[in-house]
Design a protein. Structure first.
Length: 286
């Protein structure tokens, strides 16, 4: 089994930075508390990243999440304050990949900041096409059904132009259960943030990495009650976090954060207040 995973390669890169309301990011936690560990600007906005991961394992080159993309107009992005980062295609190119090289696009869920870059306008600007033409796009069935149906709470998060072209392309793979999807790359399915959120669990260099996604978007969200207002069912988020954090603590897993401006990775410790971040380090140190 160890030999099977030995040739895996992983790259972590930041597609872009964006801003979100600090109150929305930390829910019921007062600003007086969360701002001590994740500062906001004068507009109460916190800076976030959109880290994507490329995993080479077996015959697969897997891209995990694709960022916002650029299909929508200025009005759509007016409250996102997108800035900096490497860009999606540019970040891949810096690591030696062309869009045609990607064999699999793994979408943790279909909120616009996670899947928008997977679909682009075609060259005639008359419609849409897949950004990664040779890739199978993997989404949980629960999330796909939820996103296509849409709902008043998440309406702005699911623009149809981000989602429907994937289904129309016949390159969509709907995932029903937790399993090993690729060699060394397994998934957990969660329902608190949005139904069918998928969390990659990756065996790499004899370590277990948890790409925490929107279950634990930043290191500051490790405490059980520090959750986003964006979560559809906050009590489920708490239960799912507790289960994952306990397992990660016992087994010395590494958490990889998708949205934390400062912290890429950490291990966990048990403190008098519960499970908390221990050693923090860049992904390059793994």
């Amino acid at each position: 089994m160890w030999i099977k995973y030995f040739l895996m390669k992983i790259h972590l890169f930041n597609i872009a930075n964006f801003k979100a309301d600090g109150g929305a990011m930390f829910g019921v936690i007062p600003r007086a508390l969360w701002s001590r560990v994740y500062p906001a600007d004068e507009m109460n906005l916190v800076n976030l990243t959109l880290r994507s991961m490329v995993v080479e394992t077996g015959k697969h080159i897997i891209l995990v999440d694709t960022g916002w993309g650029d299909k929508q107009d200025e009005k759509f992005f007016r409250h996102s304050y997108i800035h900096g980062g490497e860009g999606l295609i540019e970040g891949l190119a810096l690591r030696g990949y062309k869009p045609e090289d990607i064999t699999d696009v793994f979408l943790t869920h279909l909120h616009a900041d996670h899947c928008g870059g997977g679909v682009k306008r075609n060259s005639e600007n008359s419609g849409y096409e897949l950004t990664f033409p040779n890739a199978e796009y993997h989404v949980s069935r629960a999330q796909w059904d939820w996103a296509v149906k849409n709902n008043i709470r998440e309406e702005d998060a699911y623009p149809p132009e981000n989602i429907l072209p994937i289904g129309e392309s016949r390159m969509l793979n709907l995932i029903d259960s937790e399993d090993e999807l690729f060699p060394g790359f397994s998934i957990r399915i969660c329902y608190g943030h949005t139904p069918g959120l998928m969390i990659p669990v990756i065996q790499y260099n004899n370590k277990t990495l948890i790409y925490a996604g929107d279950l634990i978007p930043t290191c500051a969200h490790i405490p059980l009650l520090w959750n986003m207002s964006y979560d559809i069912e906050s009590l489920k988020t708490i239960t799912e976090k507790e289960t994952l954090l306990k397992e990660a603590l016992v087994n010395n897993y590494i958490l990889v954060f998708q949205h934390d401006e400062k912290v890429e990775c950490c291990r966990l410790i048990m403190s008098e207040k519960g499970i908390r971040a221990g050693e923090k380090f860049p992904f390059s140190a793994i």
